[in-house]
Design a protein around this ligand. Structure first.
Ligand code: ADE
Length: 247
């Protein structure tokens, strides 16, 4: 998968050389290119922002450098176009299903806004020649899109075939599609069996796979009911058995 990231702070993306994603880059599963937006400015101060029309606080990112950046990275009339992702608190929520959808793309282009955002004409014009999603990580405001892009790249990158050591760990994730969809993952344990007088639940040491799966589902239901009750409402009633209803 190819990823292009446009930002005024390329240093934010140093973590993409570390851990799972670093390895995916080194083995060629992820082809990441980070670009400095200021490369597409032409004045002495390499200006990327200006005051907002209509007044108000803060600054808005100018359309010209963004237009040139998108033209350079996704030339008009080319046979392939990237999917453009623009992180903004006004976007639609980023979810595990969007991560899975993006993991099926060949080429993603991320545009990191700063200040009060990017002049709206940039996204409007980009939509005429490539698919564009404005995406929010949640109902809070970050200082810019860079951290949001790191989050999305990690969520998408770990779903690419060959990136995680054990493909099964993706299937068990909270929010992963399947039997446990919309449930939060329950507690997990490893050796030793007793630590500071705290014991691992017996069932996990029993070797009874059916009973363990049942226990994990019960714990997932309980944790979801406790911390995210609104998620239970999203469960497909047909996916619940009699035992689930008692939990
Ligand atoms: N940029 C600033 N805040 C953001 C958020 N909550 N999600 C995505 N991008 C952002």
């Amino acid at each position: 998968m190819r990823l292009d990231i446009v930002t005024i702070f390329p240093d934010y993306f140093a973590p993409l050389d570390v851990s799972l994603l670093g390895k995916a880059r080194r083995t060629g599963l992820l082809d990441v290119h980070v670009h400095d937006l200021r490369e597409w400015t032409h004045d002495r101060h390499r200006t990327v922002d200006d005051t907002p029309y209509g007044g108000g606080p803060g600054m808005v990112m100018k359309p010209e450098p963004w237009g040139e950046a998108l033209d350079a990275l996704a030339p008009a009339g080319a046979s392939r176009v990237p999917r453009l992702l623009v992180p903004t608190p006004s976007g639609r929520p980023f979810t595990q299903s969007m991560a899975a959808e993006l993991a099926a793309e060949e080429w993603l282009l991320f545009a990191c806004g700063r200040y009060e955002g990017i002049d709206s004409r940039v996204v409007e014009e980009a939509r005429t020649r490539m698919p564009v999603d404005e995406v929010s990580l949640g109902d809070f405001v970050l200082a810019g899109g860079e951290v949001a892009v790191l989050v999305m790249v990690e969520a998408v990158g770990r779903l690419l075939p060959g990136v995680l050591g054990n493909a099964d760990s993706v299937a068990d994730d909270s929010f992963a599609p399947g039997a446990m969809e919309a449930l939060l993952e329950g507690p997990v344990y490893t050796k030793p069996p007793i630590w500071r007088e705290r014991v691992v639940p017996d069932i996990l040491l029993s070797g009874h796979h059916g009973a363990i799966a049942r226990w994990r589902r019960d714990e997932a239901l309980r944790r979801t009911a406790r911390t995210r009750p609104e998620l239970l409402a999203r469960l497909d009633p047909d996916s619940l058995d009699e035992h689930d209803r008692q939990v």
